[in-house]
Structure formats: C-alpha cells, structure tokens
Design a binder for this molecule. Structure first.
Ligand SMILES: Nc1ncnc2c1ncn2[C@@H]1O[C@H](COP(=O)(O)OP(=O)(O)OP(=O)(O)O)[C@@H](O)[C@H]1O
Ligand SMILES: Nc1ncnc2c1ncn2[C@@H]1O[C@H](COP(=O)(O)OP(=O)(O)OP(=O)(O)O)[C@@H](O)[C@H]1O
Ligand SMILES: [Mg+2]
Ligand SMILES: [Mg+2]
Lengths: 255, 255
C-alpha cells in the first residue's frame, strides 16, 4: 500500500507545487515509484512537467466528480518511475460541486484504495484554499507536509492548518500526522531568522530538520518542464530537496 | 459614487494583500477616503492592520450570506480616513454557500450600491481562488488590479485571469477594466527581467508603469500592524506604492 502525502497550506505562494515536484523527483532518484496528483485548478504541477493543462482531457477532477479510475487517468512523465494524474482548470468546478456528493470527504481515499495503483508514494499538490478538495486530500493521507515561509502571514496561516488537522483527525482520518517545512529561506534576512526560531520553539519535532533556501534555479526549472534535481543537479535546492526526501522516507519508516 | 477596485489573482503569494493595504494607505495619505474589504478567509488584510481575526464578530461574510449592511460592519482602523470591513475564517463557508443564493454573483455589488458608504475608493482583497467570492468582487468593480510576479507560474495564471475577465464582462459587468502590476521584482534576477519584458510585450498599456521591487520592510510592517508607508515612510516600496496610488488615481480620472 502506497504512503500518501498531502502538500497543503492555505497560504499562497509558499512552494507547495515546487515541493511536491522536487520531493517526488528526489524519491524517484533514490529508487522509489511515485505518483503525483495535481489537485489545483492552477495546474502548476502539470505545467511544471511540460504538460499543457489546456490539453488535459482526463484529470483529478474526473476521479473526484465522476469516479473515474485513477489508474486510467494517470500518465507517464518524462521521468521514469514518476507518473502524474494531471489537472486542468475544470478543478474549480470540482471545488463547487464535490460537496453535493454523499460522503464527499472520502471520495479520493476510496478511489486510491481500490485502484490498481502500484506506487511506493503518492504525493498530492493542494490549492491555497481549505475547501472540499483539500479536505479530501487530508482524509486520504498518512502525512500532511506543510511548506511555510518564515514570514508573518505564513506563520499565522498555521493556526488554521492546525485547526483543520484536528477536524480531519476527529472526522475522517485519526491517523493523519503532519510535518512543517521551511521554504524560500534567506539566512541573511532578519525576519526569516527570527520567525524560523519561533517556529522551532513552537513546533519542536513537528518541524523538519531540512530547510529549503531561496534558489533562483527553482524559478528556471519549471520553464524547462523539469524538476530542479534534473535541471540543475548540483544547485543548493536540489541538494536540499534530496535531503528532504531522505528525511521523509526515514520518518515514514519509523511510523 | 466610490470607485471600486478588486485586487485579485488566482496565483498565491503575489502580494495581493500587501498591495490592497499599501495602495489604500497611500490613497488616504493623498487625501482620499478609502474603505478596505477583506474577502479572504486567511484574513491577512485584517491582521495587517493589527485586528485579531479570531475576535471579529461581523465580517464581509455577513454581508455576502446574510445581507448585513456594509456601513454597520465597517470599522475604523488606526489610520484616519482608512476604514475596513474585516474577515474571519468563516469566509470559507461563504465560498461554499454563496452559490445557493439566487443572483449570488451580484450580492456584493448591490450591497455596496444601497448602503450609506461615503468613500472615494473601495478596495477588495481577494483570496487566491477563482470561486464565487472573487466572482462577486469582479462583478462589483470598476477596475481589476492584478499583482503578478515575473515568474513562470504567475505569468501562466494570467491566462485564467483574462478568461475570467471576459466571462465577467459577458455576464455581469461589461464596464470592468484591468491593469497588471509587477510585484516583488528583483532587477538583478535574470528570470524577473526576462519575464517582465515578456509582460511588457504581451500586455502593453495593460501593464502599469509602476513596479514594486522586493523590500524586506514589507515583511516587517505587517508585524507592526501598520501599512509600510507609515511603518517605513522613506523605504523603496513606500515610495513605489505612493507612485502606484498616483498612477491609479490618474487612470480612474481619465476613464
Ligand atoms: N526556494 C525557492 N527559491 C526561489 N524561488 C522559489 C523557491 N521555491 C519556490 N519558488 C518560486 O516561488 C513561486 C511560488 O512557488 P509555488 O508556486 O511552488 O508555491 P505554491 O505554494 O504552490 O503557490 P500556490 O499557493 O499559488 O499554489 C514560484 O514562482 C516558484 O518558482
Ligand atoms: N515587494 C515585496 N518585497 C518583499 N516581500 C514582499 C513584498 N510584497 C509582499 N511581500 C511578502 O510576501 C508574502 C506574500 O505577500 P502577500 O501575502 O501580500 O501575497 P498574497 O497574494 O496576498 O498571498 P495570498 O495568495 O496567500 O493571499 C508576504 O509575506 C509579504 O509580506
Ligand atoms: Mg501551487
Ligand atoms: Mg492575501
């Protein structure tokens, strides 16, 4: 049975998509089989692999609204061992109509359980909105990975995230665990240093050891349609995302 | 009648909230009366003015779902001439239940028309999601201001935004105009320079002359609960947001 990881945060622009892609690719590089699922109407994860969302016929939306089978919607990427269930901009309708399906909160979990998917990890990229789609992702997951910037609005967003975790554990998924990841970190910036210390104090073990620093290669690699570890294998963020993959794989082995 | 400006973009983290706050404050400084409306469940605009969203009883959500009168929900901020209709995290329910109201797309426009609001400008901060709340904002607006980073995912998001503008113009608001604002710009970054040239070519007059550069004071001012032009009056971004206010006020005078 695959380990399912949601990458979610209500705060926008904290590197959710960048983390889903880079983590998935680094896991594949270490020998794992990984399925990425793009749950965001922006379809940035799909785009970052060189797939044009406007040409995507069957998407994650079909699984959520019409019970399409995941193994029939998934497709290969240019990277062996890394598959994707893409998104298109119909996902915004999914957010609106999904709540009218009975038991809508566990549609994705059920879909991922009965399909013939044969992966070690399934990684879900979520939109910056805590609606029914993100709720589905958390209900289906073993682990919630929350990328966060060391900035004021991002840190404040964690309050709503912790509230959502408590709700999901009480309603649909008592086993849900979480980990925080500091992203886009600039060690020369005083606010980043101060708020990251605050996160260490508040979250202790909940905060991953790995920190992803700012790296302009992460702005370039999506343009080339490649994860950063293939586009710029030696750059700082590629090294850090490989370390993240190792830390996550060790963590899930223990739990 | 007030000029209504939406600050919206599906892409997360492009400085929508920072722009709504800084632009509003700069307009007040030049003598205008301004009402800010926080339409995002994250309630970052509310928080950035030192108001605790958890303690907000009456919010923009009450106007949209229960037809509360805007002038009874608005409140003063610490800045004379700048009022706010705050948000709290109930706004996520607004997104879900608003579509069941008949004629839901123009609820906000009607509310802002019949109330006793006496402002020169009303500025709407939108969530990073193109659902019913953002649709309401655009239906009520004279101008859509789209902050955008000069980065790949941000530029791609403009495709969905232009699609939404065409839809709003066809369905509820033929008068809607738009302007693009480049934010968080780093002139030393090659990707930023290349993509900003591409935006100039693609959008021509649709792109504002003013560019907001990266400025760490914009990370500090929300912590103090003050707009940047009051927190660090001489910093680069304060000067740039004042120039933006002038450019916008000139633009609306002409149209
Ligand atoms: N470590 C980093 N250094 C520099 N740029 C980064 C880094 N991580 C991500 N980026 C860039 O920052 C922007 C935001 O990242 P991304 O789109 O992955 O965030 P997101 O949380 O998925 O956003 P959204 O909320 O819109 O889904 C992108 O343009 C991305 O290329
Ligand atoms: N010009 C700038 N220079 C440096 N930091 C900035 C700048 N503008 C905004 N920021 C910071 O970047 C982050 C994102 O900005 P902001 O929250 O305003 O974006 P947003 O589009 O409203 O995000 P969301 O999509 O979550 O609503 C914030 O931490 C903010 O303080
Ligand atoms: Mg994303
Ligand atoms: Mg915002």
């Amino acid at each position: 049975m695959a380990i399912i990881i949601s990458i979610a945060n209500e705060k926008g622009g904290v590197a959710k998509t960048t983390t889903a892609l880079s983590l998935g690719a680094a896991m594949v590089e270490s020998g794992a089989r990984v399925l990425l699922i793009d749950l965001d109407a922006q379809a940035n994860l799909t785009l970052a692999l060189g797939i044009e969302p406007g040409k995507v016929q069957r998407s994650a939306g079909n699984i959520l609204l019409e019970s399409a089978q995941p193994s029939l919607v998934s497709r290969e990427t240019g990277i062996p061992g890394l598959d994707i269930i893409p998104a298109n901009n119909e996902m915004v309708y999914t957010e609106r109509y999904l709540p009218s399906r009975p038991g809508y909160e566990t549609v994705l979990r059920k879909a991922l359980q009965d399909s013939e998917l044969d992966y070690d990890f399934i990684i879900l990229d979520c939109p910056p909105f805590l609606g029914s789609v993100t709720m589905n992702a958390l209900s289906a997951s073993n682990l919630l990975l929350m990328p966060t910037q060391a900035e004021y609005f991002s840190v404040y967003a964690l309050r709503n995230m912790m509230y959502l975790i408590r709700r999901v554990r009480a309603q649909t998924n008592p086993q849900l665990t979480y980990r925080l990841l500091i992203t886009m970190f600039d060690r020369r910036n005083r606010i980043h240093r101060t708020l990251s210390e605050q996160l260490h104090t508040t979250f202790a073990d909940g905060l991953l050891q790995t920190v992803i620093e700012t790296d302009t290669r992460l702005r370039e690699s999506p343009i080339a349609g490649l994860p950063v570890i293939y586009h710029s294998p030696k750059t700082r963020s590629a090294v850090q995302y490989r370390a993240l993959a190792q830390e996550i794989m060790d963590y899930v082995k223990e739990t």
